[in-house]
Ligand binder design. Sequence first.
Ligand code: UTP
Length: 509
Amino acid sequence: MGPSEEELRARLQRVGQAHLLRFWAELEPAQRDSLRETLAQLSAEELDEHCRRAAEACARERGGAGQGGLDGSLEPIPAELLGSVCRSDGAMLERWEEEGLRQISQDKVAVLLLAGGQGTRLGVPYPKGMYDVGLPSHKTLYQIQAERIRRVEQLAGGRFGVQCTIPWYIMTSEFTLGPTEKFFQEHNYFNLKKPNVVMFEQRMLPAVTFDGKAILEEKGKVALAPDGNGGLYRALMENKILEDMDRRGIQYIHVYCVDNILVKMADPVFIGFCVSKGADCGAKVVEKAYPTEPVGVVCRVNGVCQVVEYSEITLDTAQMRNPDGRLTYSSGNICNHFFTLGFLRAIAEKFEPQLKYHVAIKKVPFVNEEGNLVKPLKPNGIKLEKFVFDVFQFSKNFVAFEVPREDEFSPLKNADTANIDTPTMARQALLSQHYRWVVKAGATFVDASGQRIDKKHSLSGDEESPVVCEISPLVSYFGEGLETYLKSKNLQSPFLLDESAAEFMAQHE
Ligand code: UTP
């Protein structure tokens, strides 16, 4: 039994939020219970503080604070803290990879997926991880990721002659937990062991009007939204995930977003780089494509590493270039991170309250005073979110690692009606990458009459693949080992190399 209606009303009245009970008299008992439960998650004072904070932060943002404000205090990441795939020699990359595989083989590495977002821009009524971008295999993002975990476990185990496990932690939210669990069950956890897939839920916070009132989405339901991917740190504590990691002997955690179709799960090179540098916190970055690209940049502000949003610097600063022609502030943040368990613990236990809230202004459906549902045409609500990458400032040894965008980053954000980060672009990014692997492994694509149809090695990252070519992650994690099946072979598009095709090709050399 929660508080009585009178108690609840008195509490909410004290903090100017009694409108949340406006339709109480009309609610069924179950709706009353559920509203009570939601309201019990935040005390009246916490609700009050949250609503005030949202309205104030929004007013500041709309007042234009921040534009260019950081210019004077910026410095790029010092060269000694910035590793790079392109600017390192092959032997060095191999050493890092070996180190990463060693850590994986010793069961010290976990992956952590941020999958609590609502995916509003993509606009499908199910979690983004269940999205099929239209590959020949029709694999979903979740399946691709599960298979990459299996493959990299095999690579590490094979290299060091052991069986090893990379536990997969999946942060979900009220929107994504149920369907994600069901999807994994229906697909037998994509042949991973169920105890090694740990799902947990992040917190939800009320959406707030510009004048600081929590929004009623239905007569008996407060509009709630997940507290941002930075809700991770609180969720790790509340769900005792750090204890679970500790019990398993995990020391290093690779955190990534659900929507990057090219994500290298538990990337041994990145992990090996971070471990070799003794880092407690690392960020993978890609070179910014052009000065005004709207991505956050990893840099130093007053000597402290952090991500600076595009809106926080002036165009002049964004356009600055080094003598070699590269942008001075070029390290684009892709929400792909390395953390030690100790670092995560320090954030979760100590620094989390210091992480700032970011304001997202959204269209939030609501019930008006007459009790009618309204779908606003203009943004009317504020959501407050913490960001996963706002923790770099607390690192004692932060490093960044630049990787080629065409190999590692293609996020699925929008529906195909948009002109960027769409399902078509994600599919193309993966097909082009696999085509490059196949050509490198010595195969040639021919048409029905045997004529070559390739551009050979000249295919650059953002070029569309001339053929449809997909390699199962169960066959190759990052292009390795394909010569065995493909050297000197003539292939026809569409080409799908899954486990059974690989076995067949290996037998018919
Ligand atoms: P985005 O910021 O792109 O948000 O999330 P989104 O929810 O996927 O999409 P939109 O903005 O509603 O269209 C980047 C990553 O952070 C995760 C997402 O699931 C995605 O992997 N995320 C985001 C969370 O885990 N929790 C959140 O509260 C928000």
